[in-house]
Write a protein that binds this ligand. Sequence first.
Ligand code: ACK
Length: 923
Amino acid sequence: PSNQILFYPYLSNKPYIRKILSSWEEIGEVDEDYAPIHTYQVCRVMEQNQNNWLHTNWILTEGAQRVYIELKFTLRDCNSLPGGVGTCKETFNMYYYETDEDRAMKESRYIKVDTIAADESFTELDLGDRVMKLNTEVRDLGPLSRKGFYLAFQDLGACIALVSVRVFYKRCPFLVKSLAEFPDTIPGSEASQLVEVVGHCINNSMPLYEPPRMHCSADGEWLVPIGKCVCKPGFEEMSGYCQVCKVGFYRSQLESSACSKCPPHSVARQTGATSCSCEDEYHKIDSDPPNMACTRPPSAPRNAISNVNETSVFLEWSIPMETGGRKDVRYNILCSRVLPDGRGLEECGPNVRFLPRRVGLSNTSVMVADLQSHTNYSFLLEAVNGVSEMAKDYTKQYVTLNVTTNQAAPSPVSVVRKGYTGKSSIGLSWAEPDRPNGIILEYEIKYFEKEQDSSYTIIKSKETEMVVEGLKASSVYIFQVRARTSAGYGAFSRRFEFQTSPYCEYTGTIQSTMAARCGFVCLRPDPEEEKMHFHNGHIKFPGVRTYIDPLTYEDPNQAVHEFAQEIDVSFISIERIIGAGEFGEVCCGPLRLPGKREIQVAIKTLKAGYTEQQRRDFLWEASIMGQFNHPNIIRLEGVVTKSKPVMIITEYMENGSLDTFLKKNDGQFTVIQLVGMLRGIASGMRYLSDMGYVHRDLAARNILVNSNLVCKVSDFGLSRVLEDDAEAAYTTRGGKIPIRWTAPEAIAYRKFTSASDVWSYGIVMWEVMSYGERPYWEMSNQDVIKAVEENYRLPGPMDCPEALYHLMMDCWQRERTNRPKFDEIVCLLDKLIRNPSSLKKLVNSSHSARTKSVGEWLDSIKMGRYTELFVEGGYSSLEMVTQMTSEDLRRVGVNLAGHQKKIITSIQEMRVHMNNTNSPINI
Ligand code: ACK
């Protein structure tokens, strides 16, 4: 009876199942819709101290850490109970107990989940109205860690009908999102907890950047997606799956979404292509984007034109017809020089400049500079692009431009330096222009006295140095130099200002007659003559440096090495013998000093078996020559004393000694050329006299001539002059003297001075002007001495300008102080050269019976064809010819009237001339 149920808390009053479980009863009934329902009820509201437990079975958690319990129940309103029961409760308790196995436990071990109260309780009224006031309460449990648990409901005296107990847990369901699968996932135990789950990329897809992740919330919701999967290359996403690309399509990048059609000139022959391959002859480079068409090398540039400006060429062209489908077209230039005579091409060297550059040009023009002037060039113009390198079998397409550069004048000479400076001369030197643009034929030196630029002088030189002569002493001159090539003259250098040394004046007797005037002047006969040597950068100034007699050295060897460079014999090769000197053979050959250009030298040797004295005497000459440095003094290159034979090495003079040279070339030179030679000798002698050196044996045989007709004084020696010169004869006082060349005071009392050298110079002048005639002919030395003593002088040579003869005569002044100085002689000769008309007046005219043969005479009047007839007819000398009449001519065989007339006129001229010059010596 204590279990008596006062009422049925639920609806039905007709339960069809009624099971009494302790205090709780299990009741089966139907709901208002007559659907069967199952409830557990208890209603012991009338009794004290109720403690009624209802247990569930063991419930498996299935791994859930938090489970939810949803209770549906009705609860009786205590106040609505008849009589108002004091013990009536309106709540019940829910407990749980975790275990790993299905083993019931004592209630005391259960843990309370909550006290459950009803939101709405029902009354008698409700029952009568059959209104069901169903409560729903949800509680959760966790964290759970065992396999299962039990639930228990404790009733402490309420009237409850437990209609349903739903136990559940939440889970995040299997999900496919962005091609990633996420498995069915049980959330964590805490409400705020998110369980991170890494997704798995579905077939043919792969993570993009990072594996895809999702977060499973306690509520079973997938939250915070991170990363995603995308289809692999060669596949594309379609309705949530990865589909393979079709033939002709490709997909290369994860970022792109769909398969794309292959770009032009490329193909994909299979499905699933990640790229397309290029058709034949088309290419791609790595940096080309996949959607770019395959490309080809470009065709040749078009419309190429050249524009020549002196030695520069401007090349211009249009872009190729076919760029190959690329934008990276560049141009390369290949420059070749066309060798003459079909010898092919030679690549342009590194000196040719290309502006902006030679290869990889992006513009369609280039400037090619610093080419050689007047030269044929061939330019190969090639277009390339990014795939040219790959297209190995592709025949490159060029366009060729043939260009001939113009002549370009040389660039200006930049610096002019002053060298040897005299009273009337200044030595100049300069460097070749930076850009000669051809072979420099000569230099032009323009100069004028400062502030007198209305009249200027121009002289020429083949060398990069020259001595400008004929200047006023103590005067400032302005010099400018320019170079000439076959293209013409370059611009003049800037102006350089140099001053001459203090004044010199010619005081000779002919000074007044010459009236030679400095001014605008003819060109020098041979600029080589002006050549100046600046040895080791030392320039010797007259008066500053004087000649040192080697005798002042105790040890002659020391003197040699003071003034002469020792040359290792290995640098010399002897090629041939050119003559015999006093001490041994004179040879010639090349000298190759290290670091210097090879030069031809003359080698005087000392023959074997010499005495110590001979060796000393031999080297003496070198000790003297080594002190000189002048373009008209033979230059010493050095000596060989450390090996045998001992040698003296001097510059080589191609034309040998002057007397022989003149004899060989009788009548071959212009007066200006002869005067040029004389001026050179005078210039050398001026230098020697300035140095305080007296030559004592100045004669044409001791002058050497080079290939440019430059005359240089040679043969320096001891008082040996008198020993080794065959011309030297013993005088009454015992010395050996070249009588014909020597001044009377030197013969008489050995007064050798520069003034006596001037006398000898006069004799040399005579030798030169008479092409090597022997002075005083076959007269004996004694007769010569006598004649000179008696004031006889050599007559003017044939065709000798009067001015020159007057100068000779001045040199032969008895009183030596009346003779001109070498300085004055140079000044005068310069004036004569500048004013050639001053050389017109001759002491006598040509056709000399003494010097010409019949043949030469006939040749000179272009009647040489009759020579044989003349000789056969017995007219073998000009003396005989001068006797001929017109009748004689006809008899000889000259029949043409015109020829007869020409020959007769010449014979008449000859007669007149011979009457004028009947004596060899002017007395
Ligand atoms: O008259 P030549 O040909 O010139 O014969 C003599 C010969 O050697 C004996 O002296 C010639 N000779 C001397 N020195 C030189 C030189 N530096 N260059 C050329 N020939 C020279 C001279």
